[in-house]
Design a protein around this ligand. Structure first.
Ligand SMILES: O=C(O)CCC(=O)C(=O)O
Ligand SMILES: [Fe+2]
Length: 316
């Protein structure tokens, strides 16, 4: 049963904007130009234009330092920026998306690894999709996005346009580094083997190469490496032998033992540092058939690449 954590429980990870800053962002949102992309990355001239606009807001600097700190500091690794009032004023269309993109440019570079989807990829609610998939209505187990790429996105962002009107679908988050530290040395040794697989890989850009099989623990420092994990590999037949399946399942248990819940509200932007935290989703509320499709939960997803991104490990 999901506990809805209050802002006090998640404390430092929730970033509320001062009213004056909200007002300035609403003004700026109306003036930001459309973005251009260069290959799969936001074009340099766009990031520069957005950067100038954001820096013209004196109150923004404090919020930016706090955001960077929450995403990078010891024990940190995810943030919820509360943009509800900004969405209220700008709507959830182009102006709001530009503003959210400009905010994210202050963290890292927005990019579009899936060539066939727009920069902000819609994650709607599809009653016919497999329940555990991103647009499904079921439990979406702990994972990092782009797990089978040698260079997954450094950050994954989920922006809530419409929460589940049935009140469910909380985001789940867990500190993967801490979960790993609670495992036995034997399990950690097994997780460092190049023995795990998940998913298909096609039509992707700037995420390195397909990594199959991959190690869950890559032995890299936290800033560079990943806990390359998806609990979905445990429920889908991927030919794991017993020792590796056991170690992966112990990690999944530890992730659940340390999990946090947060139900995104309209305008909430969840940013996850994928080097440290895994994420997922609780099931949506029962009875989605009775909710009009245009009222069902809708998120927008965007990926970020840290500047000075490191080179990808060579896939075996
Ligand atoms: O629906 C959600 O809240 C999460 C979706 C997700 O993690 C994904 O699509 O990768
Ligand atoms: Fe995800």
């Amino acid at each position: 049963m999901a506990i809805a954590f209050t802002e006090d429980d998640l404390g430092g990870n929730i970033i509320n904007l001062p009213r004056r800053l909200e007002r300035s962002l609403i003004e700026i949102g109306g003036t930001l130009p459309a973005w251009d992309v260069n290959g799969s990355f936001l074009a340099a001239h766009t990031t520069e234009q957005y950067h100038i606009a954001m820096n013209s807001v004196p109150q923004f600097r404090e919020t930016r330092s706090r955001l960077r700190d929450v995403l990078e500091s010891e024990g940190g690794g995810f943030a919820v920026v509360r943009l509800g009032n900004v969405t209220e004023a700008l709507g959830a269309g182009e102006q709001f998306r530009r503003l959210a993109t400009a905010l994210l440019c202050e963290v890292a570079v927005p990019f579009q690894p899936f060539r066939r989807w727009p920069l902000w990829k819609e994650i709607g609610t599809n009653l016919n999709a497999r329940p555990g998939l991103s647009t499904g209505v079921g439990y979406n187990a702990f994972h990092i996005d782009l797990v089978n790429a040698t260079l997954p996105a450094d950050y994954s962002t989920l922006l809530c346009v419409r929460p589940d009107p049935l009140g469910a679908g909380a985001s789940i988050l867990s500190n993967a580094r801490e979960a790993v530290s609670r495992l036995t040395p034997q399990s950690r040794t097994a997780l460092a083997d190049v023995a795990f697989r998940y998913g298909s890989f096609f039509d992707l850009s700037d995420v390195g190469e397909e990594y199959a099989p991959f190690p869950i623990l890559d032995g890299e420092p936290e800033a560079r490496g990943f806990v390359r994990f998806t609990a979905k590999m445990l429920t889908e037949a991927v030919g794991l032998d017993e020792r590796h399946a056991q170690a992966a399942s112990e990690l999944a248990d530890q992730l659940v033992a340390g999990q946090l819940f947060y139900t995104l509200r309209r305008g909430d932007m969840l940013i996850i540092n994928q080097h440290r935290w895994v994420h997922g989703r609780e099931p949506l509320g029962d009875g989605q058939e009775d909710v009009a499709p245009e009222d069902r939960r809708l998120l927008l997803q965007l990926f970020l690449r840290s500047t000075g991104a490191v080179s990808a490990p060579a896939a075996a």
